[in-house]
Design a binder for this molecule. Sequence first.
Ligand SMILES: NC(=O)c1ccc[n+]([C@@H]2O[C@H](COP(=O)([O-])OP(=O)(O)OC[C@H]3O[C@@H](n4cnc5c(N)ncnc54)[C@H](OP(=O)(O)O)[C@@H]3O)[C@@H](O)[C@H]2O)c1
Length: 302
Amino acid sequence: MVDNLTTIAIIGLGRVGTALAVLVGRHALGNLRVCDHNLNKIDSLKALLATPVTVCSTPAEAVAGAELVFLAVQDRHLAGLAENLAESLAGSGRADLKGCFFAHLSGALTSEVLRPLAARAAVTFSLHPLQSVAAAANGAEALAGSYFTFEGDERGLVVASDLVKVFGGHLVRLAAADKVLYHAAAVVSSNFFIALEEMAITLMTGIGVDAETARQMLLPLIRGSFDNLERVSPAEALTGPIVRGDDQTVAAHLAAIKKKFPEYVVSYRLLAGLNLDLAMQKGGVTPADFPSLKSPIVEIKP
Ligand SMILES: NC(=O)c1ccc[n+]([C@@H]2O[C@H](COP(=O)([O-])OP(=O)(O)OC[C@H]3O[C@@H](n4cnc5c(N)ncnc54)[C@H](OP(=O)(O)O)[C@@H]3O)[C@@H](O)[C@H]2O)c1
């Protein structure tokens, strides 16, 4: 199906829009038309692309002649962009958007946000890359091989699935009603993990190690945990004082954290509680083994 596409448009050249544009160019998937209101982003894309690109000054201009359009803008701008596009395309005299696929890339929003375009006969869907793209420059490498979730008009499934296959990724279908919980899982896995590592780095600075050294020291440990998780379930991958039943260690951690970083006591205890749940799945420990986690949480103001 993607072989039949002649033109793909991408509106918004941020982290994901640029990564997608690079993949479209790399796999020679057709003419590429792009639009972003920041000229620096267009220049950055051109530096990453080895193939030609048509730069358009408005979203409506980018969409002209495109069979597949990605709205790669921030989630908060999607509804307005879909509405403006539908209006300006109607105003330009284009009878309808039959045969045209419009997709957004949000994990939390459903294809419903593209309703103004669906109302003009476009096929609309969401195609969320389950990946953290922190910088446009290496985004294409991050997206290739990732899972993408499809939700929306079934007529878009073949094009989405072909595209993801070309990118070397995997496609999973989602019901609209499941998107929010799915996205919460993604946020826990990616964003909360980063916040957790920031906490670990800060605790390490408490012994006089600078933050950059702490980050480097922790990376092999993170990779070790990651490797374990690649092989076995979280319960089996779990190591540390809680799964060993060492309450004295946990109590000592809490006392040391309370002394130097009282703002982290509540987070540590919450996470220790989750760890205990997991350790119980593995077997061998019970909540009674951890009196330090049972004492009431004292409200600590940072
Ligand atoms: N980054 C990730 O890790 C990630 C992962 C999965 C999915 N997503 C999804 O991907 C989508 C894009 O996210 P992102 O992180 O790539 O965002 P981003 O880096 O903030 O990029 C969005 C780009 O769109 C531009 N833009 C906004 N409105 C526009 C308009 N009307 N016309 C032209 N350009 C416009 C923005 O310009 P200004 O900056 O000037 O507003 C910006 O350059 C979102 O739906 C997000 O949920 C992101």
